[in-house]
Design a protein around this ligand. Structure first.
Ligand SMILES: [Cu+2]
Length: 708
């Protein structure tokens, strides 16, 4: 069985090369039936395929299906065009391909391989990658397929375009069995400090955060041929919560860098002062991603070629309908009847995904907003330009405008939560009688109490799988990212009742606002970022709860974000890294803690031990062991109910009827501890770096330096 999983994984290798050429370290060749060859190789493909087969160490038989997979519409998509899910035409194509892949009966993996090999051979590489990833994630029989990180397959979506020329040189000149010197990507390459927004570029452009966001949208696509793929438990609410937390985290990061919180993009006709020059190239289209100058504005879009004809007027009409729904607390259904609005329904309307209760009336605001932002440079296809990075889930977070747009989206959700139709929390709802927090402390590996320490780290990413027509063997790029010293929470509790379970909810937020003043709770609650959430038993009497930062249910370890980065070539990967499924979705552990400041940023750490009677979820599958560390807070659990019955973000998701400040909010099951986040401006190499074996031969002169 292991063989077929490995073969399926090879279909992702070197995604922009034709399937005729060898794949993987082991030079495996897929033996394609004549009917599977792409048009451009129809004349000599079999011959070429055979020729490569002579050099191959492995020949992979591809069964000829009696009927070719039904993907003819998707085959119309040119190969050298970038793929965006926000485009109606691309959605239609991807639905056709995903359907063909999911329609293969379970455990008929040879048929599945054949279907996908045909698709791989005949489709645009990005379209194939997206559809195939969705199929691998959602088919029960493919959960063990090992998939490389998207940053390795399409490194150009994550990494400075200047890296690729030296990377190709390295692959061509240095034999694959000789260690290759990593190519260094500087921390600052997209702008200078003259651009204020650049102060938080390290966060927006973090490879792990962008991988997380892309993976999140693979698990929660807004459209799919099979409704069940979209209709996961609390699908709408999780879209709201995961993005709300991204905005809150970004705002924390901004405050650490003396920037104001994000200004929501409220007036859609107003020029956008934030410019962005991504400095990424698309290797698919062999073009650079379009930059955005300062003060550009949204324009009506008239791009029939993308199925995108839409005006700002139309967007504003939908927006008024959403406003009406929030004001009345009711959503109008297509038959004119109404239904009570809740966060799940609102989120589905706003995104909008196929679960939207009335797409005619409420339109598709979030998705089209991405498109308006992505085409400001060529709204009418006059210059034959493609979308900007705002149009791709793997790149959109790099752009400061993402946060302005999602700041507005987030505000809509908050307005609903603050409306009279959502009852405010009472003290009772935030209490847990008998449970009293006595003290909270953070203990760091550094020996300090109540201090978190951040610093810079350099890590390697292997570009070779994404380099077309290059010699095999790893080619590393070395990037710099934020990291923190591991730490632990120590929470002392007295339980005057009998033994019981509780949910421990850990959040934190800056103690002061951007003007150094104390917050009012209605603002500060939107700044609280979740750090961890877990359930534990409490015995009667005194309890001491200890918990490590690396156990957070928000995050996945570095090795899961980047998958097999730390393992050389063909060396067998660790068992727990095998599954691709949900395992890659969590927030990256290295970005758990905001950067803080060198002088020390003052934060408030908040802990709540809530009443389990109202937290517990009755899930029949709850006992089944998970295949890897799964980060349930933002990503849920595969095939299960969301493991917490409370509103996501509880207790900060809505106002209370009694508190104006965080101190007034506290009941005895809550606690607050002042902490300091200190940033040390030093850079350490990641001990996992592949190329550490050659570190001793590295000097300043023989490192490839890219950029300024
Ligand atoms: Cu998103």
């Amino acid at each position: 069985m292991a063989d077929i999983y490995r073969q399926l994984a090879l279909l992702l290798d070197h995604p922009k090369e034709t399937l005729i050429t060898p794949k993987g370290e082991e030079n495996a060749v897929f033996q394609l039936p004549e009917t599977y060859l792409p048009a451009e190789y129809a004349a000599n493909g079999v011959e070429l395929n055979n020729r490569f087969g002579d050099e191959a160490t492995e020949k992979i038989k591809v069964k000829e299906l009696s009927k070719l997979p039904q993907i003819s519409k998707a085959m119309e998509m040119p190969r050298d065009v970038d793929f965006s899910l926000f485009l109606p035409k691309h959605q239609e194509w991807s639905n056709e391909v995903i359907k063909a892949m999911l329609d293969v009966p379970q455990n008929q993996l040879e048929d599945f391989k054949s279907t996908c090999a045909y698709a791989r051979s005949n489709l645009n590489p990005q379209l194939f990658n997206y559809c195939y990833s969705i199929a691998l994630l959602h088919r029960p029989d493919t959960q063990k397929v090992r998939v490389n990180s998207l940053a390795e397959l399409f490194p150009e979506k994550f990494i400075n375009s200047q890296v690729f020329s030296p990377a190709r040189e390295s692959a061509a000149v240095i034999p694959s069995n000789v260690p290759r010197i990593p190519i260094i990507i500087p921390r600052d390459y997209t702008a200078s400090d003259l651009d204020e927004e650049h102060r938080v570029a390290y966060w927006r452009e973090d490879i792990g955060i962008n991988l997380h966001h892309w993976h999140w949208h693979l698990i929660f696509p807004f459209t799919a041929p099979d409704r069940a793929i979209v209709a996961k438990d609390r699908r709408g609410e999780i879209f709201y919560y995961a993005h709300q937390q991204i905005i809150a985290r970004f705002n924390c990061e901004r405050l650490c860098n003396s920037l104001q919180r994000v200004k929501k993009f409220n007036n859609w006709r107003e020029p956008i002062p934030e410019a962005y020059f991504p400095k990424l190239d698309s290797l698919t289209s062999a073009r650079g991603w379009a930059p955005r100058q300062a003060n550009m504005s949204w324009q009506d879009l008239n791009r029939p070629v993308d199925g995108l004809v839409i005006t700002i007027d139309q967007m504003e009409k939908w927006r008024r309908n959403i406003d009406d729904a929030i004001a009345s607390g009711k959503v109008i259904l297509p038959d004119g009847k109404t239904q009570d609005l809740d966060i799940d329904i609102l989120s589905n309307l706003l995104e909008s995904n196929i679960l939207s209760l009335n797409r005619e009336l409420y339109g598709s605001i979030h998705n089209n907003g991405h498109s308006f932002a992505a085409y400001m440079h060529d709204p009418e296809h006059k210059y034959l330009e493609s979308f900007s990075i705002m149009g791709d889930e793997a790149t959109t977070l790099r752009d400061p405008f993402f946060f302005r747009w999602h700041g507005w989206i987030d505000d809509v959700f908050h307005r609903h939560k603050e409306s009279p139709h959502v009852p405010r929390y009472t003290r009772d709802q935030l209490s847990n009688p008998g449970v009293q927090i006595v003290s909270i402390a953070i203990e760091s590996a550094t020996g300090q109490t109540n201090t978190l320490n951040t610093f810079w780290m350099t890590s390697d990413v292997d570009l070779s799988r994404g380099l077309d027509f290059s010699d095999r063997g790893p080619v590393y790029a070395r990037f710099t990212h934020l990291n923190h010293r591991p730490f632990g929470y120590v929470i002392k509790v007295i339980n005057t009742g009998s033994a019981r379970r509780t949910t421990v909810r850990i959040f934190m937020a800056p103690k002061f606002d951007e003007s150094n003043r104390n917050w009012i709770l209605s603002d500060q609650r939107k700044m609280f970022i979740e750090m961890d959430r877990f359930q534990i038993p409490l015995s009667a009497g005194e309890n001491t709860i200890t918990r490590q930062s690396t156990d957070s249910t928000l995050t996945i370890p570095f090795s899961q974000t980047f998958r097999d980065l730390s393992v050389q070539g063909s060396q067998p990967r660790r068992e727990e890294l095998e599954g691709f499924n949900f395992c890659g979705c969590g927030w990256p552990q290295h970005m758990l803690v905001p950067k803080g400041t060198e002088g020390g940023a003052v934060y408030q750490l908040f802990v709540m031990l809530s009443n389990y009677d109202f937290d517990s979820v009755d899930d029949p599958k709850a006992g089944i062991k998970l295949s890897c560390v799964e980060a349930s807070s933002f990503c849920g659990l595969k095939d299960r109910l969301y493991p917490d019955r409370r509103a996501m973000g509880y207790p900060f998701d809505r106002p209370t009827n009694y508190a104006r400040t965080i101190e007034e909010l506290l009941t005895s099951c809550m606690g607050l501890q002042e902490i300091t986040i200190r940033h040390q401006n030093i850079t350490e190499p990641n001990p996992r770096n592949n190329s550490k074996s050659i570190l001793n031969i590295l000097t300043k002169d023989n490192v490839w330096l890219i950029g300024r």
